[in-house]
Design a binder for this molecule. Structure first.
Ligand code: GLN
Length: 242
């Protein structure tokens, strides 16, 4: 079967802040540069999760958007998303999206928002906003992004974090962790957008997504000179400014 990548963009119009749409552009381009055709499907409010999504992306959003989206995901929709990840689909979720992949997010002065429990994690709005550049030591090497959140995420005992914070605050500014991983789903607080300047993670997501239907995938290497320069400059800025 000819290889093609289908990306499901969750709540594209409602949850897309701090450049998060750049992640979808990077995923699309990095597949197309290898001759792999890509479909991007927006999955909005009231729309079911299509059965043929290889890779989900879910960006950040403010608390009010999260409330509407949390309600939309309850029941069959959230269960279908969880089943897709259990079946090997890949996913990147950032900030507000990441928080709703846990058990719940408790905003300031509002009822807790239910998550889908993909990650054994709980997020609670804290007194301060964490804003700034972040460097995370991870299995993909140093990852760099920009955080802007008041939510503090605590991972359950068995949850693998995306990595450990070298610079910045991360999940909660307390335990040194940032993000979470479950199978091929990665959640984090790294806006920016993350993937254009972290190509190793971008390619890991593309390869895992393709493998679900096509078996082992060995992506050809790309030159990535611009990506490497952007990564180095962002890491330097992060280390110098925090
Ligand atoms: N609830 C999130 C927070 O912790 C929303 C922010 C975001 O998605 N950047 O502030």
């Amino acid at each position: 079967m000819d290889m093609r990548l289908t990306i499901g963009w969750l709540y594209a119009s409602k949850m897309n802040i701090y450049g998060d749409r750049g992640n979808v552009i990077a995923l699309r381009r990095r597949a197309e540069w290898r001759g792999i055709p890509v479909d991007v499907r927006e999955i909005g409010m009231g729309q079911p999760i299509p059965p043929d999504i290889d890779l989900f992306f879910w960006g950040g959003g403010q608390d009010q958007e999260q409330a509407a989206v949390a309600r939309d995901l309850q029941g069959a929709k959230g269960e279908t998303l969880r089943a897709a990840i259990d079946d090997g689909a890949a996913m990147l979720a950032v900030c507000g999206g990441y928080q709703l992949l846990g058990h719940e997010y408790r905003p300031h002065d509002a009822e807790p928002l239910p998550g889908i429990g993909l990650f054994d994690a709980v997020s609670v709005a804290g007194p301060d906003r964490f804003i700034g550049n972040v460097v995370v030591e991870s299995r993909w090497g140093d990852l760099v992004g920009f955080e802007n959140h008041s939510g503090l995420t605590t991972l359950g005992p068995g949850v693998e974090p995306m990595g450990r914070v070298r610079t910045g605050r991360g999940n909660n500014g307390r335990d040194g962790t940032e993000g979470a991983i479950y199978r091929y789903a990665v959640g984090c607080y790294l806006h920016g957008s993350l993937l254009p300047k972290n190509p190793v993670l971008a390619d890991w997501l593309v390869a895992r997504a393709l493998e679900r239907r096509h078996g082992f995938v060995d992506l050809t290497l790309l030159s990535d000179q611009m990506e490497a320069a952007a990564h180095a400059s962002a890491v330097q800025r992060a280390v110098l400014t925090r």
